[in-house]
Design a protein around this ligand. Structure first.
Ligand code: OSB
Ligand code: MG
Length: 351
């Protein structure tokens, strides 16, 4: 594939309802949609999902726009690639900035799949179909019961609840106990600390399938202690920003499960390396969300089709966050699952 043209387009939309975590409240979302045209006229799409400020990752949508426009687009101009992994090799010249790199790298993977007239999920070796859906409850404690009820009513079978050390265990207990047919995850976004370890122990009896990122992203020793002392599986999200972080988790026995965020890892090439490493070490995986639009979701659905992705990811319907998604058709959840598209590439038209 020879790169003929790269376009960046900013998309901005309010969320249908605020997304509240201990770290930040998100009311509105801005992303950059990357379109890469190849020499045969196919167009691959990627989506840069960095936030407006560095509350979740170090990169911001503004830093990504700069790196994309000034560094990555010129670097790729008129380049020819035999396979999409070569893009990552070219990117070693640029330090860090993985979210910016991911957006354009993923567009090129889509382009390769389209030139081969193959759905992206098959192109990357995926087979699982349909994809189990999962929804996130990120709201005031008073609204948790109502939102879980709504999720269950809408057919979701996996619900992730945002938690923090000061949350009432009794409330969480009653919610989880009320829906024995649902799988519950807890996501702490690093809100626990050494002095709240006993609070974490109190969460162990609730019946969560896993607890995601209890401690800070560099807290390997605390996570290892949690893995040792809790029955509930420990899952790392923010800690996993590159392949070496996964190796660190394995070496230190700091977690049981990895959340895959292709945007944070730098795109498909690095993510596929992480998947292989996790499979070798029997580490469970699932695909995390970024309150993103359909282009990013479509890539993530392809990722979720790979063997080894054994837990349901952050896959809600387009209309959960958005009045109108940027893909056609929109993503819909049927019987708690999402069907993969049989069209080539990401399988959705970008509108
Ligand atoms: O920690 O998983 C997280 C959204 C934005 C930033 C961080 C996280 C999240 C989510 C996923 O929890 C929400 C989604 O897109 O479904
Ligand atoms: Mg998380």
């Amino acid at each position: 594939v020879t790169i003929r043209d790269i376009q960046l387009k900013t998309v901005r939309q309010p969320l249908r309802s605020p997304f509240k975590t201990v770290l930040q409240q998100v009311d509105e979302r801005e992303v950059i949609v990357v379109s890469v045209t190849g020499d045969k006229g196919h167009v691959g799409s990627g989506e840069c999902v960095a936030f407006e400020t560095p509350w979740y990752t170090e990169e911001t949508i503004t830093s990504c726009r700069f790196v994309l426009q000034q560094i990555l687009v010129p670097l790729l101009a008129n380049k020819t690639f035999e396979n999409p992994e070569e893009v990552w090799d070219l990117f070693v010249a640029v330090k860090g900035n993985r979210m910016a790199k991911a957006a354009i790298e993923m567009a090129i993977w889509d382009l390769f799949a389209k030139q081969q007239r193959e759905p992206l999920w098959k192109f990357v070796g995926g087979s699982q179909q349909p994809i189990p859906a999962g929804i996130v409850v990120a709201a005031d404690p008073l609204k948790i019961e109502e939102q879980v009820a709504l999720a269950a009513h809408s057919g979701y079978r996996r619900v992730k609840i945002k938690v923090h050390p000061h949350m009432e265990v009794a409330l969480l207990n009653s919610v989880v106990a009320a829906y024995p047919e649902l799988q519950f995850f807890a996501d702490a976004n690093g809100s626990f600390q050494e002095d709240s370890f006993d609070r974490l122990m109190a969460f162990d009896e609730i019946g969560f399938t896993l607890i995601e990122q209890p401690f800070g992203e560099r807290q390997w020793a605390l996570h290892a202690k949690a893995k040792k002392e809790l029955k509930t599986k420990i899952c790392l999200d923010e800690s996993i920003a590159c392949l070496e972080d996964v190796q660190q988790m394995i070496d230190q026995q700091a977690g049981d499960i990895v959340v895959l965020k292709m945007s944070r890892l730098g795109g498909w090439t690095e993510t596929l390396k992480v998947v292989r490493l996790c499979q070798t070490h029997s580490i469970g995986m699932w695909v995390g969300g970024m309150i993103e639009f359909g282009v990013s979701k479509a890539h993530n659905l392809a990722l979720a089709s790979l063997p080894g992705i054994v837990y349901p990811g952050d896959f809600s319907a387009s209309q959960h966050f958005w009045e109108k998604d940027i893909i056609d058709p929109e993503i819909t959840v049927e019987n708690g699952t999402i069907l993969l598209s049989t069209q080539s590439g990401i399988g959705y038209r970008v509108v």
